[in-house]
Design a binder for this molecule. Sequence first.
Ligand SMILES: [Zn+2]
Length: 276
Amino acid sequence: MAELSDLIANLDLFDLDATATTTASDNHHTLRKICTRGCDRPINVCLCKTIPTEPISTCTQVVILHHPHERRHKLATVPVLQKCLWNCEIIIGRRLSYGDSSILDSLYTDAIEKPNEPLRALFLFPGTGTLPSVEINQWKYSFGDANLNNHVLIAFDGTWKHAKEMVHASVPFLSKFAIQVCLNYDVGVHGGTIFDSDLILRKEPFIGCMSTMEAVARCLRVLESNGDVIELRMVEVLRAMVRFQACFLKPMKARPRLFKKGRVDEKKNVKSELPG
Ligand SMILES: [Zn+2]
């Protein structure tokens, strides 16, 4: 677990104020201007050409619990995701409970009133010992194609640590009407950064961790009848976002310095222990 907390501490290895920094020739005032043509992003990273003119309609209703800290995060994908999808509800908060969303409330009520009906809501989060999850493709095949319609996909948007807290706080409510699913991942391997993949915006704790937008796109591929087209369209937007970000980001080199300091201190200790 110590390793995992190290990884969590390293989630934001990048200079997150990078989008606000300027080159010598850039005008600071111009960079602060926000695009009014639709994307609501700074005009130097405008995504209007890539975001679908009409939001994509899906049978699946997407509900995102968006951590309050993420609202200020320049690399958050949720505002862009919301512009890409027609059926996408964003709830800002740290937990989901009754009263937050009429869709979730009705799912909860239905599940209580008709306990034998199959559950049509999914929440996306990697399984743990106490909260096991089913890989979404496996879940789909066990569910049967005939009933695969009008699902509700719930996702959590925050740092890895925040998302874990949000899931734990929401499980008492969600577990009444939703099944926990995950995408294929491998917790044993360190995650990628923007320099390894053209889809990763922030350092991820392990391979398979991805931005909320990519995770939703991967799930819609499974849940929607034309899922591969939807996924491709969303990934295209994400790629454009990452391309902009790659121009600004600079990796920090904190870790090697820590190692060096450790070695120096070790030598000092050895010296001080020597007699005379
Ligand atoms: Zn724009």
